[in-house]
Design a protein around this ligand. Structure first.
Ligand SMILES: C[S@@+](CC[C@H](N)C(=O)[O-])C[C@H]1O[C@@H](n2cnc3c(N)ncnc32)[C@H](O)[C@@H]1O
Length: 381
């Protein structure tokens, strides 16, 4: 099972779903003949009859009938309707809280998707069932943290190696700059110009005044660094690991800009060389996993001035609102554990939808309308 920790924090693959609990619940294939196929499961006639009865009972908000059907061995996650929607999808769509609670208590996974990749959470959100939505987000957070803890307890946490391999694979490939984009060998967007308004805001948050000490991890297009320079920082550190990006930085003369100190290498190796504390810290890398972001979160208290601000590119679950809300909460919990508070400031992000923005880019890594910009500070003592 994959947890939120295995999500890459930036761009590519961030859209992956959280823990794949689905497979655990897929009904066993039935005998050949007299079968009807849904998206994942093959049902016989009796399964179909019971399954449709369950969906009808869910829609009618008839909990007793649902319980009676479970006694008859109905597939709790029946997905044999046209859209491949499960009972939880239908309960969420109608905001039936009691049925939602019952389904979750009977171990219906919170994150199954229908044939259009839609989750129950999105249906609750789209139909303005706020309580149901919040309950499903809470269930997502609980499940993700539980799976992470179980993996750790049972020694199945091989995330560190996988993460290092993925980041090294990225660092060993040729990059190209193309029309205000930085692309990797597969034409996945490492950084794109539409993110400029986000970088402007991140820099503003880090620099409430001029002459501060700031650090950015991951240069990319240099958008945030260009913004940070506008605040005349006293010291402006940049950590960058990719040789092509580093060469580009030198070409542009970043090593000669006022206050700038470039540390060329992976942040994991460079962080020990930091010799000052910072008023503003920004993190935005590529080809890393949530676990790396979490490890960076853990380093921040040793990098930050007493009143400093830490902020990071929030691409968590950025192809699905439901998953983004889960990941944002998980991250907030992790940061609290490291002594930092998190506030998410919402800003509309309109440029992503502009004509041609994604031309030449293999996969869209952002589909949301709102960006949740994190502002982290030391928790008050
Ligand atoms: C998304 S870009 C950063 C864009 C930047 N925020 C801007 O405003 O243009 C990510 C950058 O992180 C760098 N990077 C990836 N892994 C890294 C690591 N482990 N340590 C330091 N930099 C890394 C990439 O080479 C890339 O330049």
């Amino acid at each position: 099972m994959e947890t939120v920790q295995e999500q890459e924090t930036k761009k590519q693959k961030i859209e992956q779903e959280p823990s794949e609990t689905q497979e655990t619940f897929i009904a066993q294939n039935k005998e050949q003949g007299n079968e009807e196929e849904s998206s994942n499961v093959v049902y016989d006639e009796n399964d179909m009859k019971l399954g449709h009865e369950l969906i009808a009972a869910v829609i009618a908000n008839d909990l007793e009938k649902c319980k009676a059907l479970l006694e008859k061995d109905v597939d709790l996650c029946f997905s044999g309707d046209n859209q491949g929607r499960t009972p939880l999808h239908h309960a969420a769509e109608h905001g039936h809280m009691e049925i939602i609670e019952w389904l979750l208590s009977e171990k219906h996974p919170y994150n199954l998707t229908d044939k259009n990749e839609v989750t129950a959470g999105e249906l609750a959100l789209n139909n303005k069932h706020t309580k149901a939505y919040e309950r499903l987000v809470e269930e997502g957070v609980r499940t993700e943290l539980l799976i992470r803890a179980l993996k750790k307890a049972f020694g199945e946490d091989d995330q560190e190696d996988a993460s290092k391999i993925a980041n090294e694979a990225y660092l060993n490939q040729k990059l190209h700059y193309d029309d205000n984009k930085l692309l990797d060998e597969n034409n996945d967007g490492v950084m794109m110009g539409w993110e400029l308004p986000l970088m402007v805001e991140h820099a503003k948050v880090m620099c409430p005044k001029e002459g501060l000490n700031v650090i950015n991890v991951g240069f990319g297009l240099g958008l945030i660094d260009t913004e940070l320079q506008k605040y005349n920082p006293k010291n402006h550190y940049i950590i960058e690991a990719h040789p092509d990006v580093y060469a580009h930085m030198l070409e542009l003369g970043w090593d000669k800009k006022p206050g700038v100190k470039i540390l060329f290498g992976r942040w994991q190796d460079m962080i020990a060389q930091l010799d000052i504390l910072f008023d503003g810290v920004f993190f935005d890398t590529y080809g890393e996993f949530y676990d790396d972001l979490r490890s960076f979160h853990d380093c921040v208290p040793n990098m930050l001035n007493e009143n400093g601000i830490y902020t990071w590119f929030n691409g968590l679950g950025a192809t699905n609102q439901f998953f983004q809300d889960i990941y944002c909460t998980v991250s907030e919990i992790d940061l609290r554990e490291f002594g930092l508070s998190t506030e998410y400031v919402e800003m509309p992000i309109s440029t992503w939808a502009e004509q041609g923005v994604w031309d030449g880019v293999r996969q869209k890594y952002w589909v949301l309308d709102t960006y949740k910009l994190p502002i982290c500070k030391f928790l008050e003592q």
